[in-house]
Design a protein around this ligand. Structure first.
Ligand code: SAM
Length: 248
């Protein structure tokens, strides 16, 4: 599986790469403010689970595509042990640095489509702002299937993925231009800082396709929550499901 540009992005502007607010580009995120968004989102997600009737055991949680550990840290007050996994070694190094004060958080790198954990390891498997950056729908579904494999029976699987991507983002002109210019040797720093380009890809999957897929994974879909209605179908959904029986 390709690493994409995540290591370069983690060198250029890691916090903005994770939360791409226009006014925070070029290192303008204050780390405390940045990590407070993870605390808020983690409590919002746990409240969503509670209101949906999704039972949570606060023991072992997995944060897929953890980046610098924003959400891993956010969940670390609630869970006994939190594991973040990311394709980018640079992101994982930063996650370890930023969360050195959280001994119940660990971070690992994996570039495999198979997650580096045994079947039935986690009570709570979570991801946000990650599946939407995978290059194909097939890979998105591969990881959803992996979430159900590594979740315990009776464990919760909660993930965010857009149900639709606006045409402007689907065309991905800035990413394509970056790819062409980087391939002919233009420096990534110049592309990012001077040309205002960023190689971030956006993908999504229709809701009915995801819902069918969750059922096929021995997943009991407990609820679908909108991420931010103001954003329409983009960013859109968190799917909340329970692994009801062992996945064969
Ligand atoms: C936009 S950031 C989101 C980080 C984190 N989930 C958060 O919300 O703070 C996307 C992250 O996904 C990671 N990522 C992308 N593809 C991945 C893959 N195939 N496996 C694991 N991590 C991946 C990137 O390296 C990056 O750290």
């Amino acid at each position: 599986m390709s690493l994409g540009n995540w290591n370069s992005l983690a060198e250029l502007d890691p916090l903005w790469t994770v939360l791409s607010e226009p006014d925070k580009k070029f290192g303008k995120w204050n780390p405390d403010e940045f990590f407070s968004t993870g605390d808020k989102e983690a409590s919002r997600v746990l409240k969503m689970c509670e209101s949906t009737g999704l039972p949570i055991t606060f023991d072992k949680m997995l944060d897929f595509g953890c980046g610098v550990g924003r959400m891993t840290r956010g969940f670390s007050k609630a869970f006994r042990s939190c594991t973040g996994v990311d394709v980018s070694q640079n992101m994982v190094d930063l996650a370890q640095k930023y969360n050195a004060d959280r001994p119940n958080c660990e971070f690992v790198t994996s570039s495999s489509p198979r997650l580096p954990f045994e079947d039935g390891t986690f009570d709570f498997v979570f991801t946000t702002l990650v599946l939407q950056h995978l290059p194909t729908q097939q890979l998105i579904l591969n990881f959803i299937s992996e979430f159900f494999r590594v979740a315990k029976v009776g464990g919760a699987v909660v993930f965010q993925v857009p149900i639709a991507v606006p045409l402007r983002l689907r065309l991905q002109l800035r990413r394509r231009l970056w790819a062409v210019l980087a391939a002919v040797g233009v420096s990534r720093t110049w592309l990012f800082q001077r040309a205002g380009l960023a190689p971030i890809q956006i993908n999504g999957i229709a809701r009915d396709k995801i819902e069918r897929f969750i059922k096929a994974q021995a997943g009991d879909l407990r609820g679908v929550h909108r991420f931010d209605p103001a954003e329409g179908d983009f960013h859109s959904n968190y799917y909340l499901s329970l692994k009801s029986i062992a996945k064969s």
